[in-house]
Design a protein around this ligand. Structure first.
Ligand code: FNR
Length: 363
């Protein structure tokens, strides 16, 4: 059952990626163009640091898969691409392994193919502390992701219906393990309140993983015989909205969900993300063109990220939080309703203020 579900997720996520309109709320974030802001390319670094972690690049391959023969092969290819490009990578949920150790190899391959890389293990919020350790140990993981996904579980035919244990369990795991803990959504977004709760629970970082890309309410509804949860499609806040909502929270924030190209990465970094993940987009490239296509895509993204930082005058990804941003359309309405002042984003290059969580700014 679990292996079949993993294969279904890959198939349905890719079908969804093909069917997507191409627009999402990142399109409602633009930069004020300052024609003389540019710097020299050799002065630009892509390195980012948060929660005691330093990455040489501000992008990562986010959690997807493992647990079946087919997804083990996908993990092997993703790990190879991560090794070739130096990007960090997360496993898919390892609860399949925790229930059935015979599928260990489909996850372990992430470390075997990428011995020197930054690898994150991924578990759910009901996992025991002992099992969290087992997941970390299998991958010799550098960090632990815990996914939270009420809007996926709800339409999932075999999904969880009890969520009250999640906070105490996250707190226990965060207190027990010796690697940074990153709690992530799966495409429905983290509100400011959720991020503040996570901070209180002692986690080191939060990945908002918002709406705009893979929609797991839709995927799970597609696995139901009657598909009677269609009204949940598109649930949640966009990734851009989550980043605006989470300004000046006390823990580092990562972004994923609907990241389509390097400009979306730059937008997310400018909105305060310390790093930016992609899942379905990278998976589609891999399935269409194999490892060489994914390596080429990531290499191009890294090159274009450095080019965009050069144009914008940002020596580091963190410097992007001093670029002037314009917020348009429904995202602007979201700001008004949530008490966020877009005007401050539009005028910040002249001030010493910054939105970056590392340097702790104000709205
Ligand atoms: C996912 N995602 C996911 N997340 C997680 O924490 N554990 C998991 O096991 C999975 N499994 C999974 C499978 C597949 C096929 C996809 C495409 C995605 C969610 C993923 O990490 C991310 O949060 C969302 O997909 C949003 O990012 P994209 O796809 O819009 O870039």
């Amino acid at each position: 059952m679990s292996a079949q579900r993993k294969d279904d997720h890959v198939r349905l996520a890719i079908e969804q990626h093909h069917a997507r309109s191409g627009r999402n709320q990142f399109d409602e974030v633009s930069f004020v163009h300052h024609a003389l802001a540019g710097i020299d390319r050799p002065d630009v670094s892509l390195a980012t640091a948060f929660a005691g972690i330093t990455w040489q690049v501000p992008i990562y391959i986010n959690a997807m898969t493992g647990g079946s023969v087919k997804t083990g092969a996908i993990n092997r290819d993703l790990a190879t691409a991560a090794r070739e490009t130096g990007v960090p990578i997360a496993s898919g949920s390892m609860n399949a392994y925790l229930k059935d150790p015979s599928c260990a190899g489909t996850f372990r391959v992430l470390r075997e193919e990428n011995p020197g890389g930054f690898v994150m293990a991924n578990i759910n919020a009901t996992t025991s502390v002992d099992n969290a350790w087992r997941a970390i140990d299998l991958l010799e993981a550098n960090a632990l992701q815990i996914h939270i996904n009420t809007a996926q579980e709800t339409p999932m035919p075999e999904g969880d219906r009890s969520f009250s244990s999640w906070c105490p369990q996250i707190e226990k795991i965060a207190a027990a393990v010796d690697v940074p803990v990153i709690v992530k959504e799966v495409g429905n977004g983290l509100s400011r309140q959720s991020v503040l709760t996570l901070q209180h629970l002692g986690v080191q970082a939060a990945d908002v993983s918002g709406r705009g890309g893979t929609d797991f309410a839709r995927i799970e509804n597609g696995r139901r015989e009657l598909a009677d949860y269609a009204f949940l499609h598109g649930w949640g806040q966009s990734t851009a909205a989550c980043l605006l909502d989470a300004q000046d929270v006390g823990i580092p924030v990562l972004a994923s969900g609907g990241v389509r190209h390097p400009l979306d990465v730059i937008r997310a970094l400018a909105l305060g993300a310390c790093a930016v993940g992609s899942s379905a987009g990278f998976l589609r490239t891999l399935l269409d063109g194999g490892v060489p296509a994914l390596v080429a895509q990531i290499t191009t993204w890294l090159d274009q990220l450095a080019a965009l930082q050069t144009m914008l005058g940002a020596r580091t990804p963190a410097d992007l939080t001093r670029c002037d941003l314009l917020i348009h359309g429904e995202l602007r309405d979201f700001c008004a309703d949530r008490g966020i002042a877009p005007r401050r984003l539009a005028q910040r290059s002249g001030s010493s203020e910054t939105l970056h969580p590392m340097t702790g700014s104000t709205r």
